[in-house]
Design a protein around this ligand. Structure first.
Ligand SMILES: [Zn+2]
Length: 285
């Protein structure tokens, strides 16, 4: 992750870390409170004992059942399969003890796996279809279902409840892969998860999360590398290899004070700042 400035980093890094921590907590709490049947966590060997303890503290069991390749950067992803002698993380199923035996079988099928992890039927069907079509990363097929495609660019209005572009760094609105940016079922779940977070004393983290996911964000992909830019940071991760450059733009009026200024999307020109910030107007006043 590269930050656009030291100022942006000093303000937002602690908030991103707090939000990612809150979401990790909510991953398990949502299972303990019956919001969904199970959580699937990717966990390095070092973190396995802690994950088992957290699960036990909530009356749940953590069951490592597979391994996942680590991507170039960010969180390990369910999509990249294990190859020997490369860095990996455990795939861990967290659920109620009574459900474990049944879920161990269901987790093998992409569609029932998505449902167990809380996906609405439309999104579970979409994930199974994307998987059948050979996509490792569902981001691009999701964008194609979301808005018009022009010159390999999908241009959308920002919708924080279904914006999963920052998932590689542990910042996401819902636990599943939505079928589109703006899937109404997903947005309804996101509202429920927000209430769950606020009920667990994570109100500040939930409002930062909503703010971050509302910002204009640019996702672009070429030759298997995805670059994601928002007003405060840029990150690089792994995606499906394509010979042409693909882009997703989510547009928004919300922009952090610490965001970089620039003429190219997702950055905002300094002239878009509120009038009070313009020196000339201040002099007139
Ligand atoms: Zn959906």
């Amino acid at each position: 992750v590269a930050w656009v400035s030291e100022n942006a980093r000093s303000v937002w890094l602690p908030r991103f870390e707090a939000v990612a921590g809150a979401l990790a907590t909510m991953e398990l709490r949502s299972v303990a409170e019956g919001f969904r049947a199970a959580a699937l966590r990717a966990c390095a060997a070092d973190g396995l004992v802690d994950l088992c303890r957290h699960a036990a503290a909530l009356g749940l069991v953590a069951h490592p059942f597979d391994r996942r390749q680590l991507p170039l950067a960010g969180e390990p992803s369910a999509q990249f399969h294990y190859r020997p002698e490369r860095p990996f993380a455990f795939a861990v199923l967290v659920t109620k003890r009574a459900d474990l035996a049944r879920l161990q079988e269901e987790i093998e099928d992409p569609s029932s796996r998505a449902s167990l992890l809380g996906a609405p039927a439309c999104c579970a069907g979409f994930v199974a279809e994307a998987c059948r079509d050979g996509w490792l990363d569902p981001t691009w097929p999701m964008a194609l279902k979301s808005g018009p495609l022009r010159d390999l660019v999908v241009d959308l209005a920002s919708n924080p409840g279904s914006n999963t572009l920052l998932r590689p760094i542990g910042i996401y609105p819902v636990f599943h892969s939505p079928c589109s940016f703006g899937c109404p079922e997903t947005v309804a779940l996101w509202r429920g998860l927000g209430d769950l977070g606020r009920g667990a004393g994570l109100a500040e983290e939930m409002s930062w999360l909503e703010e971050i996911l509302s910002w204009p964000t640019l996702w672009s992909a070429l030759h298997g590398i995805a670059e994601i830019k928002n007003p405060v940071l840029r990150l690089v991760t792994t995606t499906d290899a394509t010979g042409e450059k693909l882009e997703i733009r989510t547009r928004s009026d919300r922009y952090p004070t610490e965001g970089a200024r620039g003429i190219h999307f997702p950055y905002r020109d300094a002239s878009c700042a509120p009038p009070a910030d313009r020196p000339l107007l201040q002099i007139i006043r």
